[in-house]
Write a protein that binds this ligand. Structure first.
Ligand code: T46
Length: 136
């Protein structure tokens, strides 16, 4: 597959090995938006898929700090999946990208950087509605 057309946009940030592994991300250099909100997910039910929505405006980067998850991204035409399991490799979700998070390994910790504050009206939670909006 042509990599430049891939929906999966991974962002690798520096990881310093010293007496621990220290990972950092710098505004502008690594994060392609101003961070207005951060949330993290831990203690997720390993059998419970999450996500199943797209954001109208919010853009995000997910880092799996511990454990692993499978992620599905979908733009209404192409659907791809990737496993996120390295704490220094995040996945970028542009707005209007449908995403699903599956197979949370036990003890997974997910950090999510967001371009916008929380707004329930920013969510498109019905796949058919998402398809209509992206394909019009
Ligand atoms: C996303 C994926 C990756 C808030 O009140 N504030 C917040 O900032 C967030 C993120 C959530 N909430 C409330 C809304 C719901 O009552 O927390 C509850 C669970 O949220 P949700 O069902 O949307 O959780 P996920 O894991 O399906 O989705 C979350 C984010 O909401 C979403 O933006 O892209 O993680």
């Amino acid at each position: 597959m042509n990599k430049s057309k891939s929906l999966v946009q991974l962002i690798e940030v520096p990881k310093i090995f010293d007496d621990c592994s220290l990972i950092f991300a710098q505004a502008k250099k690594h994060i392609p938006f101003e961070i207005r909100r951060v949330f993290w997910i831990a203690d997720a039910d390993t059998g419970l898929p999450r996500g199943f929505h797209a954001h109208k405006t919010n853009r995000q980067i997910l880092f799996c700090l511990r454990g692993s998850i499978q992620i599905i991204v979908d733009n209404g035409k192409i659907r791809e999946e990737v496993v996120l399991d390295k704490p220094n490799v995040g996945i970028f979700f542009n707005n209007m990208i449908w995403h699903e998070m599956l197979k949370f390994q036990k003890n997974t910790v997910l950090l999510v950087l967001n371009s916008h504050p929380y707004d329930p009206k920013d969510y498109i939670r019905k796949y058919q509605q998402f398809l209509k909006l992206v394909n019009k």
